[in-house]
Design a protein around this ligand. Structure first.
Ligand code: CP
Ligand code: NVA
Length: 307
């Protein structure tokens, strides 16, 4: 594995399998009350330029359960918010901490942070990617279905950070992926170019959610207006009309099709209340697995970077 987790496109299938296996092990150990002595005494800097419930609590709880300590830094309260360059922040935090987690807007900021930090950097969401979420999603699908390769994912909605990461993660793991996104809201070119190179799984981009849903084993959706796009919310509600995961969409899927949503969800927009509640157990398993998947990422990256 590389020093950092910046995007799933950087990982091989073996890397993802190693993380998921470790996540399953740590989940079982947490439920059995097993105590960890690594990374005892290590610290995780947690930089947030955007809001969060799951990511903050799962990272902070996760590092604590591993015997370490999380340090929360909001943009507003740190010198980052007053314009201190990311390359200086990277070098300062590397002198104090053993790992840095960042949630921000531009992927380039995370890449620059990683370039200048001597400790591992974890992307906890940018406009381009949400790798930690999709590792938790893959863990959840594998738990429920017993495998990944050969299953079909349908992603219905905005070609955003979640779409990019699901397409990359699913295809790397040998899953077929069909993405239904309106014109003008397609996934990023870097991800589509990668998808075009994959030979052992199928990728399809369509504007018809019904085409994507056909024969799916897992349906994914996400909000229509992501963090930072609040001003476009009304325009997007019009563009995404017809992209709601509802009973019609679910009737086209395979038997026992799962539904995954990274949350927060907007019931009545990207998913109906009925579909959400019928699949709530799977969706909250997915939320729980953020904790276990991120503990695995922190454990593996800190172990390989340990002095
Ligand atoms: N899914 C997710 O990242 O949730 P938060 O925005 O609450 O962290
Ligand atoms: N696409 C959403 C995901 C939130 C976890 C956003 O970026 O706001």
């Amino acid at each position: 594995m590389k020093k950092d987790l910046l995007k799933l496109l950087d990982l091989s299938r073996a890397d993802i399998t190693e993380i998921l296996d470790m996540a399953d092990k740590l989940k079982a150990e947490q439920k059995a009350g097993v105590h960890h002595d690594f990374p005892h005494g290590k610290t995780l800097a947690m930089i947030f330029a955007k809001s969060s419930t799951r990511t903050r609590v799962s990272f902070e709880t996760g590092i604590f359960q591993l015997g370490g300590q999380g340090i929360f830094l909001s943009n507003a309260d740190s010198q980052l918010g007053r314009g201190e360059p990311i390359q200086d922040t990277a070098r300062v935090l590397s002198r104090y901490c053993d790992c840095i987690m960042i949630r921000t807007f531009a992927q380039k900021e995370v890449e620059d942070l990683a370039k200048f930090a001597s400790v591992p950097v974890i992307n906890a969401l940018t406009d381009f990617a949400h790798p930690c979420q999709v590792l938790a999603d893959l863990q959840t699908i594998r738990e429920h279905k017993g495998r990944l390769a050969g299953l079909k994912i349908a992603y219905i909605g905005d070609g955003n950070n979640m779409a990019n990461s699901i397409i990359a993660g699913g295809l790397i793991c040998g899953m077929d992926v069909s993405a239904a996104c309106p014109d003008g809201y397609h996934p990023d070119r870097e991800v589509l170019d990668f998808a075009a190179t994959v030979t052992d799984a199928k990728f399809e981009l369509t504007s018809d959610p019904k085409v994507a849903a056909k024969g799916a084993d897992v349906i994914f959706t996400d909000v229509w207006a992501s963090m930072g796009q609040e001003a476009e919310a009304e325009k997007r509600k019009i563009a995404f009309r017809g992209y709601c995961v509802d009973d019609v969409i679910m009737s086209l899927t395979n038997d026992k099709c799962m539904v995954q949503h990274c949350l927060p969800a907007h019931r009545g927009e990207e998913i109906t209340e009925k579909v959400f509640e019928a699949h709530a157990d799977e969706i909250f398993d997915e939320a729980e697995n953020r904790l276990h998947a991120q503990k695995a990422v922190m454990y593996l990256l800190m172990k390989q970077n340990a002095k």
